[in-house]
Design a protein. Structure first.
Length: 317
């Protein structure tokens, strides 16, 4: 299907982008009383894949600078000077404070490659100038959930613990209590042998409790389900109607009581700051594992250390 666009304002630009992304449509032409303007974009964050940027080269002029080039955040004064000439800013680690926004007379859109933007962008200043701010919700969900599953496997199967014992030669094969018919089994089979002491647990017999069921929590649930874990989840904000059948929504107190592993994957806000104190840790199952994959302020660190030292929660030592 061939389509033509008459007019090239905000709606016309949006229609063009939609046409170019639809393989069943072909753009016949753009008709306007004046030539379409190329939007100048300052890009201080990686754009993946690069082909995506190339597709819009006729409409968007990309200037790559700052963190994109050398993983060094652009000096604040330099950003204030450069932003004057751009209509779009793509950023990641730059601080877009009020003085930057005040200097940005042409800026209409900020695309921040972060999940949360409040810490790096003055949203009130942007709103005051009519600048649209977009975030990238869940951008680290894959990395965070990979790491969390790695922790679960490591803790359950004593991977780091036994590796350290072997590399420091605290575990050696010099003493063996194995029967002759098990010559290929290292270190024996009695209760003091490494085979018995460090073989760990099967995670498909464990219950994972996920605190927070946004992008990261949902992705973690999918990966844990693939390992056969039972999954309970708690979130005070989200509707669980679309949750997969492998996830059981529960109250916070029930999650603490049922989970063998508690993974924190919620955002930091007034309701979650110091969410985990000594009271919550003691409400967890004896010998349970606690993984904080969110912000540090959600946990009272001194209380966690005290409970770990008491032996109520499991650790990796």
């Amino acid at each position: 299907m061939k389509l033509g666009i008459f007019g090239y304002g905000n709606i016309g630009r949006g229609v063009e982008l939609a046409i170019r992304q639809n393989p069943d449509m072909e753009l016949f032409g753009v008709f306007t009383r004046r030539a379409p303007e190329t939007v100048k974009t300052l890009t201080g964050a990686p754009v993946y894949p690069a082909a995506d940027a190339a597709r819009f080269a006729e409409q968007i002029e990309f200037t790559y600078d700052g963190y994109y080039l050398d993983h060094e955040v652009m000096p604040h004064a330099e950003l204030i000077e450069k932003i004057k000439n751009y209509g779009i800013l793509i950023c990641e680690y730059d601080t877009i404070s009020k003085d930057v926004i005040d200097a940005a007379d042409k800026l209409r859109l900020i695309i921040c490659c972060r999940g949360g933007v409040k810490s790096v962008i003055d949203l009130e200043a942007a709103r005051g100038k009519g600048i649209v701010v977009c975030n990238n919700a869940g951008r680290n969900a894959g990395a965070v959930t990979d790491l969390t599953m790695g922790y679960i496997l490591d803790l359950a199967r004593n991977i780091t613990k036994t590796s350290n014992l072997i590399h420091t030669r605290q575990l050696v094969g010099e003493v063996s209590t194995k029967p002759g018919e098990y010559k290929d089994t290292v270190w024996g089979l009695n209760n003091t042998s490494p085979f018995i002491m460090y073989r760990g647990k099967s995670i498909n017999h464990m219950t994972l409790g996920i605190v927070g069921f946004g992008n990261t929590g949902r992705m973690l649930a999918a990966k844990a389900a693939a390992f056969g874990m039972r999954i309970v989840a708690y979130s005070p904000h989200l509707d669980f109607m679309n949750a997969p059948s492998s996830v059981t929504p529960v109250s916070f107190s029930e999650l603490l009581a049922r989970a063998d592993v508690v993974s924190v994957n919620c955002a930091l806000n007034a309701n979650t700051r110091v969410m985990f104190t000594k009271k919550e840790f003691l409400a967890m199952k004896d010998g349970a594992y606690f993984i904080n994959a969110a912000r540090g302020e959600i946990v009272v660190e001194e209380d966690l250390v005290a409970v770990l030292k008491s032996g109520h929660l499991a650790d990796r030592k």
